[in-house]
Design a protein around this ligand. Sequence first.
Ligand code: ZN
Length: 415
Amino acid sequence: MKLNDTQLRQVDAQIKRLIQTDSYYGKIYREKGIEGIGSQEDFEKLPFSSKDDLRNAYPLGIQAVPDEEVVRIHSSSGTTGKPVIIPYTAKDVDDWAIMFARCYETAGITNKDRIQITPGYGLWTAGIGFQAGCEKLGAMCIPMGPGNTDKQLQMMVDLQTTVITATSSYALLLSEEINQRGIKNEICLKKGVFGSERWSEKMRNTIKENLGIELYDIYGLTEIYGPGIGINCEHETGMHYWDDYIYIEIIDPKTGRSVPDGEEGEIVITTLVKEGAPLLRFRTHDISRIIPGECPCGRKYPRLDIIKGRSDDMFKVHGVNMFPSQVEDLLQLVDGASSEYNVTIAHDDSKNKDIMIVTVEVEGRVDFEEAAAKIRNLFKSRIGVTPKITPVPVGTLPRSEKKTKRVTDYRFENQ
Ligand code: ZN
């Protein structure tokens, strides 16, 4: 999807303004002799920005307005190293609330609803974003923050909450509690709005069944305002995103080149009107695709497919991109298969082809050969590759306290 004329002008204005400032990106653009853009080609030559830049600019190096215009900061913690700080102007805060209110509206939520907010408040963008959007919409906000399940459920019953906002894992916990306590007929929940972290179909169905509500996935990241830059509509055909505030391109994470609409790749986001910390071509490392064509709902906002995984986790066999998350989803469908597995990929030189071996723990009560056949068929039908499946008894594969390394790829280790 190419920049339209308005977006092109907005990006050009952002660059010209950044150059005038002493900010991190202003310096980079000056050094590279970038003065503005006049076409899509110019835009695609702009350097990418990344979380590493934001760490280098810590704490406030990316600030692109005078101090007196900054009204708030948010921070995202990385898995390693320094956190990242994002300064917001009053307009940035307001723009974010407008986008968030639009998300609620797209989910069919109105100012008559009562929205219980369970994501955390503080340095990160979760709780406060959900609240600002709710107030902008004019709905009643119940600002709970996380934890204290007894109190959450009491408020939910006493105040007749109609919308729950949460992380998917906390929503699952709440739904199980409601089920166990047998209070389902005392609650009034109609909809749930959840962060678009990857979550399994199984989890989704459990929440839906326990609560009998519609689920909406909201997208966003702290570096680009926060949650609220996109959400799915009632047709569940991907997430509409707000192209009057952000421009999204999908790139091949290896080459950095844009890919056509419909093709999968890394989401790269450009803010169009952000003041405090504008970001151009920010690499999210989230993998998805732009869904071509118009949504049956008639909204003109373009759509992103659900987030399939992180580019860092992606692996490719026989030309097919795969993620550990897909393997996890598939194993959940097989009776007796545990969630423990590993994938080994190597190149068979004699046949000049890649081979993929999936080792899966299987419970002793089921037939190993049948389980293996089922897993192989699921790989074939859902992903489009047919690996060799090796079932092993539960407890065989190594456990690690850290994040377990699931994929070992020998094709690149010998090069
Ligand atoms: Zn739609």
